[in-house]
Write a protein that binds this ligand. Structure first.
Ligand code: HEC
Length: 253
């Protein structure tokens, strides 16, 4: 009885140590800042269901997005926003979803706190918007065909029972979506191989870019595995991940 209690305590201790290792590093920003400016909408007119795109001059650390100070203000009203970052295009998306903005009001966007992997702070973004009617919803299924074409070059090493590290690009649901990478930098344990909605938390994106918190080699196509694919091809993957990494049923039952 006694020994089992102390054993439980020991395991609990280990659990808390493991949890505290997962916490993002303390938010002390290092001098010097990473450029940031709003690129879309460029005319200050935001669709009621739209989001704001901010071009960033570096690669943002996903851990710094969790606690970032990000909101849309209108008078006394404050709306929280979701931040997602696209490491391929270096665009930070400030998304007020699921809230719909009120077309009667003007809003001010405020984003402060994101940092790059070296700890440099991103410039604070403040921008005013007038809101107009809804945008059409983006097409989703067309994305996946383009995604399959990009992953074509990975299949030589990442397909079937002998796929490297178990990652099978023809079976993403089982081997990539929400799956913890087997190789991982200790400070980035919140990453998944693919995290739907969040390219900045998707380890595969950093492996494809050959930048950021990667262990091992960069990942290109079979003809030149160490050479990153063109940025536009990687952006096809990040755009699909940002829209929820949807896999249409007939493609992968
Ligand atoms: C020549 C073979 C080869 C090709 C081509 C290749 N990989 Fe890999 N991949 C590996 C090997 C070997 C590893 C493990 C060692 C390493 O990461 O350096 C790996 C590891 C990975 C990991 C880490 C998985 C984990 O669980 O940590 C990801 C993600 C990945 N590859 C994605 C890709 C993508 C995407 C492509 C295509 C653009 C690709 N790879 C092309 C051989 C390959």
């Amino acid at each position: 009885m006694r020994s089992s209690t102390s054993c439980t305590r020991w395991w609990l201790g280990l659990f808390f140590v493991a949890v505290s290792c997962d916490l993002p590093p303390p938010s002390q920003a290092i001098e010097g800042s990473v450029a940031a400016r709003v690129v879309d909408p460029s005319d200050g007119i935001l669709p009621r269901n739209g989001s704001v795109a901010i071009a960033v001059g570096g690669l943002l650390d996903p851990a710094s997005l969790y606690g970032a100070d990000a909101l849309l203000r209108s008078g006394d009203r404050e709306l929280g926003i979701v931040l997602r970052f696209d490491p391929a295009t270096r665009v930070l998306i400030a998304d007020p979803a699921p809230a719909l903005l009120d077309p009667e009001l003007d809003y001010t966007l405020h984003v402060a706190g994101p940092r790059d992997f070296e700890g440099r702070a991103m410039e604070t973004v403040e921008a005013r918007f007038r809101v107009v009617r809804d945008l059409a919803a983006p097409e989703r299924d067309a994305d996946f065909e383009a995604v399959t074409r990009v992953f074509e070059g990975c299949r030589g090493c990442h397909e079937g029972p002998t796929a490297a590290l178990g990652l099978d690009v023809t079976d993403l649901r089982r081997t990539a979506i929400g799956v913890r990478p087997s190789e991982i930098a200790a400070s980035q344990s919140s990453l998944r191989i693919i995290e739907p909605g969040h390219p900045e938390r998707s380890y595969l994106v950093y492996k494809m870019l050959g930048e950021g918190p990667i262990v091992g080699a960069p990942m290109g196509a079979i003809e030149a595995p160490d050479e990153p694919l063109p940025r536009a091809a990687i952006a096809t993957i990040t755009r699909w991940i940002a829209r929820g990494a949807v896999i249409p049923d007939p493609e992968q039952p």
